[in-house]
Design a protein around this ligand. Sequence first.
Ligand code: AQP
Length: 340
Amino acid sequence: MATAFTPRVLSGIQPSGGLTLGNYLGALKRFVEMQDAGTHECLYCLVDLHAITVWQDPQALRRNTREAAAAFMAAGIDPARSILFNQSQVPEHAQLAWVFNCVARMGWMGRMTQWKDKAGKNSENASLGLFAYPALMAADILIYHATHVPVGEDQKQHLELTRDIAAKFNHDYKVDFFPITEPVIEGPATRVMSLRDGTKKMSKSDPSDMSRINLSDDPDTIAQKFRKARTDPEPLPETYAELKDRPEARNLVDIYAALAGISTDEVMAQHAGAGWGQFKPALADVAVETMGPITAEMNRLMGDPAEIDRIVGDGARRASDIAAPILAKTYDIVGMISSR
Ligand code: AQP
């Protein structure tokens, strides 16, 4: 009989810069919804070990990690109901990742589009950690036997790899130990695009700050970034389907819908025929209304970094309580002798 796993959610965000509107709509907002649904035990982490797969200034990494934890709480993650922690404070992630490095195949890793995008033509010079990134991500998830992972569209391929690693481990060792985790990719903004290029995703490490809305941006900056966002000269059409070949326009409509909590059809019904001079300020207003309170709360929490450290430290201890027996059992399955 197949093992019944506890319904459990795990997801994370890299503190590789300040969080963006893409991280908020594609991930953070969904994390809060899953917490509030109360159907799953939820674990959320700042994946600092993933962040260092590309160069991070140590001071900036520390600040970004605390700021990301503050953003999670400001967006509605309640550390009493969800377990909020830093990945590096739970050593079982890295320990299980090593086992998975030995399960995953080089060919699987080489096919990952994120690896190809980030390593680019200079792959000889990319870090080994960047290549192994998805095996660490599989460990993040499977060290808790997580059954569900809310992510943006860009992480779908890594989730499939996680399933492949779990299945290969179970098959090789003839066990039914790791769950085959389900990705949860839902909502109107699973792929928020850059404000400068509608074919590229909004990213916190894009060299252009104008390409993204940061959770730390003030209302004037948000308005300015939307005003300068690249668009075509046409006004908004009657239907969403007519935006098919207009990626920049479609992106702004998607963002509006996600922020306002309405469907894209409703956005079209309200704004059909509007020019950008009308629509962009309306979009900025919705963004400021939604993000303003989150930014304010994030800034307030950042006033007491020791309290942030205390909260995530407590989360790490609770996470470790779940992870330690799963790692011990994994080692036992693999054939390691336990210490006495
Ligand atoms: N543009 C986006 N639209 C929707 N969802 C997004 N996510 C990221 N960008 C978008 C989702 O946010 C979660 C955390 O992602 P991450 O920080 O771990 O890594 P990433 O996907 O590589 O995000 P960035 O901002 O592009 O980071 P950098 O620039 O450091 O690589 C994931 O669930 C992701 O899907």
